[in-house]
Design a protein around this ligand. Structure first.
Ligand SMILES: Nc1ncnc2c1ncn2[C@@H]1O[C@H](COP(=O)(O)OP(=O)(O)OP(=O)(O)O)[C@@H](O)[C@H]1O
Ligand code: SF4
Ligand SMILES: [Mg+2]
Length: 404
């Protein structure tokens, strides 16, 4: 199925500023117009049923050997998306495609087959392991369930191999340890090994390092990247920290209050953010590569207010009550996806309303930055970003550092 115009990330790898691109292999997993409404418990019998509009018409695609970062503030719907993709939540509407075919069936066997291919790593390594069982128990269950170990010898060999793959060595020592004998980073490695035990093609990692000590986050992220490359895993990497997306994911998708607002190659989205919400996120996640030509730069995106309630979300573009560029049309309807060139797209009336031809957009004021020097207007479309300057001084994502 063709996912263009569905809000998914680009099916092309952008190679350089001249938008040379090569086609990607077919997507392994796709979300097509997924929507999730959670009904609220109500004591009144009459009146309309209230729901939380957690994800609205959201599409994405995951490719072998490639990571997609899903970024947004708390409550933007990231975990809801991951849980729908893992089939832990039934979508209110929309379709999930695995290798181009709609996934069907909610029975035990159908879900077991699906989880053979698609695995979720949870945010909290402390609650995701059972404290009364050792590492062997946690790893042997998925090996047996998915038919990857039939004898005790095979089981031990597979478990030791899994522990080595997640760099828990000497593996012979870790196999008998209980969760309370492991550090947070070691537990998350066991959780990753448990997901790998199914031999999946897709790994959904929901903020896999956010509960770990800052000193070990980079190690665990690098482990995920190594596994993605070595095993050609399609990786969904959920994070609050948009700066880390640039380092750890080829593509980035930005969500705000249940709506996907911008996406494309991470380098494009993060170096040249177009949607005012993405600019706001980036302004809060400093990066030295985005310093202005004077070496200083200043963050000036005066977003007002807070994330809206998803029980009664604002109409149209849900960012409009906070957006410094909001226009009357913004509260009337959600803008269609506008292609910005090089696989970069946005849902924002500042750049049009779904037109495919960038030349038709009206440029607005732009402050040049070092990263945009030398890029002619035509190189990634004729768009100019709303005025925003970014400053920063961190070489690594704001909440990540190398182990000392
Ligand atoms: N099971 C549920 N029942 C009702 N509402 C829910 C449920 N799960 C999530 N929500 C609501 O859906 C919205 C999106 O939640 P979600 O957990 O997907 O956000 P998130 O982007 O993962 O946030 P965080 O970064 O804090 O993890 C929130 O308003 C949340 O309260
Ligand atoms: S659509 Fe309107 S309100 Fe939404 S981000 Fe764009 S300008 Fe702002
Ligand atoms: Mg979450």
């Amino acid at each position: 199925m063709n996912i263009e115009n569905m809000g998914a990330n680009s099916p092309f790898i952008a190679l350089n500023d001249d938008a040379v691109s090569i086609p990607l292999p077919p997507a392994v997993l796709e979300a097509i117009h997924l929507r999730k409404y959670f009904p609220l418990r109500q004591f009144k019998l009459s009146g309309p049923r209230k729901v939380v509009h957690a994800a609205e018409d959201t599409s994405l695609a995951l490719y072998p050997g490639r990571a997609l970062a899903l970024v947004g503030e708390s409550g933007s719907g990231k975990t809801t998306m991951a849980r729908m993709l893992a089939r832990l939540y039934e979508p209110t509407s929309g379709t999930i495609l695995f290798r181009g075919e709609p996934v069907k069936g909610n029975g035990r066997n159908a879900l077991k087959d699906y989880h053979h291919h698609v695995q979720l790593v949870f945010q909290d390594p402390f609650s995701s392991l059972n404290p009364v069982h050792d590492v062997r128990y946690h790893l042997k269950r998925p090996l047996r369930l998915h038919g990857h170990a039939r004898t005790a010898t095979e089981e031990t060999e597979e478990i030791l191999a899994l522990l080595n793959r997640v760099s828990l060595s000497p593996a012979e020592q870790f196999i008998r340890k209980f969760p309370h004998q492991l550090s947070g980073g070691q537990r998350q490695r066991v959780a990753i090994a448990r997901a790998l035990a199914a031999k999946p093609e897709v790994l959904l990692a929901d903020e896999p390092v956010s509960m770990l000590d800052v000193s070990i986050r980079l190690d665990v992220l690098n482990l995920l990247l190594r596994l993605k490359d070595e095993e050609q895993l399609a990786l969904l990497f959920i994070t609050h920290d948009i700066a880390s997306a640039r380092y750890f994911a080829e593509d980035t998708l930005v969500m705000y209050a249940g709506q996907t607002v911008e996406g494309g190659p991470s380098e494009e989205v993060i170096q040249r953010p177009r949607h005012p919400y993405t600019q706001l996120l980036i302004s809060a996640a400093p990066d030295p590569d985005r310093l202005g030509p004077d070496g200083k730069g200043s963050v000036t995106l005066p977003a007002r207010g807070e994330i809206p309630s998803l029980i009664n979300p604002p109409g149209g573009c849900r960012f409009h009550p906070r957006c410094p560029h909001a226009m009357p049309v913004c509260s009337e309807r959600f803008p269609k996806r506008t292609e910005l060139g090089g696989g970069h797209w946005a849902h924002c009336f500042l750049y049009g309303d779904g037109e495919a031809n960038p030349a038709s957009y009206k440029p607005i004021a732009v402050t040049p930055s070092r990263s945009s020097e030398g890029r002619g207007k035509g190189e990634s479309g004729n768009h100019a970003s709303p005025e925003v300057e970014i400053q920063g001084n961190a070489a690594l994502p704001s909440d990540v550092s190398a182990e000392g």
